[in-house]
Design a protein. Structure first.
Length: 636
């Protein structure tokens, strides 16, 4: 048992532990302010709750942090493990505890909602809190949802207006409007508001819409075929043809989503991948052999939970959120905390269910890669070490192997160095170099260069100077040369680099160029062939290798521009105010921050300058600025 040096409230907690029963239930940990910071479930509350305060040294650093912040605990006894599972899910949603791993806010994901109205509507929404009704989703992206919504609109006529309609039992009429709107005239609504469609027929339309959204295509197709044949028997062939076109439309949509045979009738599929900080979960809903939707989400780990522990929490949340009717779930491994009475878990080894699990894994792997790539672009330092055991290095290694193949390189380009120049009409010319190791930015090896030998705006000469200085020095220090040199530019810059590397230094470093279009976006990758002729490497803009090249070019440009801005800023101060004897960088900066420009500084009185920088320095500046022979006013 821990002592007061770890948690000063341990005496109170110890007394409470004695009263915790050995039954299934849910426990909550509270901090000193009374806020719930963690919610958990257990088959045996006494054993689980006590384990946090025993064997303290065996816990991870995050669990130790949780234990130090526990001020109080409370437990709720339930009858079964299923009750504990459901109660835990509800309490996590209610309290949003700090140390529980939870799904990201689902407001960013689109849903379809059948509104809770007497005459329902079908709405698109991202916020489930603002509308009352039955929600279907979340859908992986807006395009898929809009496609489904468009199909439903072609199949059925229903209202999308905001009129408040009410069925009056006395008059047996719908009260809401006397005149049909334009939607009725163009065939999108049968105008129940004007009494042109009965309430029973309208509600039957939405019963069928619900079937489609749940993936129950079989029953609705059978019903539509019966309607078609009945109309044909009555010689109403035009109406029958309309239904036949709708049947074909629905069958085409069903065919596109079918991935296994219809023996897999109502199943959920879950898969997970994780790294040191995040877990990535995919859920697929399967109905009659069709994927109704596939949903992936990112979860930030709070207590170094295992994949099984995360799924034990997330599966009930997703099962409820998506209003799933499935009684079976396909999972990659055993999850003991989910009782069979709640959901029967299947770990497939072959057949259709195995194919579905592999498909879910491909989805979650793609989502992990997307999240990691976005994180790498926004904050490369944060992304360090977040790769999963399955994916990271092998993925980058595959990209390096592809790059080697595309450029016909003799060896794997483990180290890639890229150069860029920056100046304004030749003023403050600088250059920068970034290094990527195994496809990742290696910031310790970034380098800045002041251009020393070039006068005026000459990008070619500037590039030649920095490449020569860089690799001559590497060679003198006996350090490894890069596997690939990239210049931020087209054929001209590549030829400059070739002359320096091959003709002047005599090194064997492969050279490539990254050209930009007229919108300053990466457009193509160039390289030399065996005859020193420049060729374009055929990469699609959606290719991962193209994205890597784009990132390298953006990074070297950012680094060069930042260096140029810093130098220009310092140079502006140095050449005008710091030319005054006795005035340094700090004083010059204080004056510019206070008055905005050299011109404004010169317009100030001696008293104004004294208030800003003190009497002695104020007199030096004032005398210097008002000495017409000394200070170059024309440049102010």
């Amino acid at each position: 048992m821990i002592d007061k040096s770890i948690n000063k409230n341990i005496d109170r907690i110890r007394l409470k532990l004695k009263t915790v029963p050995e039954t299934p239930g849910v426990y909550q940990y509270l901090d000193e302010s009374g806020k719930v910071i963690y919610v958990g479930k257990a088959r045996n509350l006494q054993r689980r709750v006590s384990s946090y305060f025993n064997r303290y040294d065996d816990h991870s650093s995050k669990i130790k942090m949780l234990v130090r912040h526990i001020y109080d605990l409370r437990t709720t006894v339930v009858a079964t493990e299923v009750d504990a599972l459901l109660l835990e899910n509800n309490l996590i949603k209610q309290y949003q505890p700090r140390y529980n791993s939870m799904l990201k806010d689902d407001k960013t994901y689109p849903f379809l909602c059948i509104t809770d109205e007497e005459y329902p509507r079908l709405l698109f929404t991202r916020d489930r809190t603002r509308i009352k009704g039955q929600f279907f989703g979340p859908y992986p992206n807006q395009r898929i949802l809009r496609e489904l919504q468009d199909i439903i609109r072609k199949l059925f006529s229903y209202r999308n207006c905001k009129k408040k309609l009410h069925w009056d039992e006395k008059t047996q009429k719908c009260i809401g409007s006397d005149r049909p709107c334009m939607n009725h005239q163009i065939g999108l609504c049968k105008a129940p508001c004007a009494g042109l469609q009965s309430k029973e027929e309208y509600l039957e339309t939405f019963r069928r819409i619900r079937q489609i959204l749940r993936g129950d295509f079989g029953d609705i197709l059978d019903a539509m075929k019966r309607d078609m044949f009945a109309l044909a028997d009555q010689l109403r062939f035009e109406e029958a043809e309309v239904i036949r076109r709708k049947i074909r439309l629905l069958e085409e949509y069903q065919y596109k989503s079918t991935v296994v045979n219809t023996n897999v009738r109502d199943v959920d599929v879950f898969s997970i991948l994780s790294d040191s900080k995040y877990a990535y979960v995919n859920m697929m809903r399967i109905k009659n052999g069709s994927i109704i939707y596939s949903f992936s989400n990112e979860i930030k780990k709070q207590l170094d939970e295992s994949d099984a522990e995360i799924l034990a929490t997330i599966i009930p949340a997703l099962h409820e959120q998506t209003e799933s009717t499935a009684r079976e779930a396909i999972v990659p491994f055993a999850i003991e905390e989910i009782p069979d009475e709640y959901l029967h878990l299947t770990i497939p080894t072959r057949g259709d269910r195995k194919e579905l699990l592999e498909l879910s894994l491909r989805n979650v792997r793609a989502h992990q890669h997307q999240c990691f790539h976005q994180r790498l672009l926004l904050n490369p330092d944060e992304a360090q070490g977040l790769e999963s055991k399955e994916q990271p290095f092998s993925k980058r290694n595959q990209l390096m192997e592809r790059l080697q193949k595309e450029l016909h390189l003799k060896r794997l380009p483990v180290h890639i160095e890229c150069f860029d120049n920056s100046n304004i009409q030749g003023s403050y010319p600088v250059a920068a170099m970034v290094r990527f190791t195994n496809g990742k930015p290696d910031k310790n090896e970034y380098r800045k260069f002041n251009i020393k030998t070039v006068e005026g705006p000459d990008d070619y000469a500037s590039m030649a100077e920095v490449i020569f200085r860089r690799y001559k020095r590497l060679n003198e220090e006996g350090k490894e040369l890069p596997g690939l040199l990239i210049v931020d530019g087209g054929a001209g810059q590549m030829e400059v680099a070739r002359r320096v590397i091959v003709e002047e230094l005599g090194f064997d470093i492969p050279i490539a160029g990254l050209a930009k279009d007229n919108r300053h976006h990466t457009s193509e990758l160039l390289c030399y062939d065996e005859y020193w002729q420049i060729r374009v490497v055929g990469l699609k803009p959606t290719d991962e290798l193209f994205h890597l090249m784009e990132r390298i070019q953006d990074e070297v440009h950012r680094f060069a521009i930042t260096f140029h801005r810093d130098k220009r800023s310092k140079g502006t101060i140095r050449t005008q105010l710091t030319d005054i004897p006795g005035i340094g960088q700090k004083t010059a900066r204080d004056l510019l921050l206070r008055f905005g420009s050299i011109k404004e500084v010169r317009l100030q009185t001696l008293d104004d300058l004294t208030k800003a920088i003190g009497p002695s320095k104020a007199k030096i500046v004032f005398d210097y600025l008002h000495d017409n022979e000394t200070f170059p006013h024309k440049n102010v």
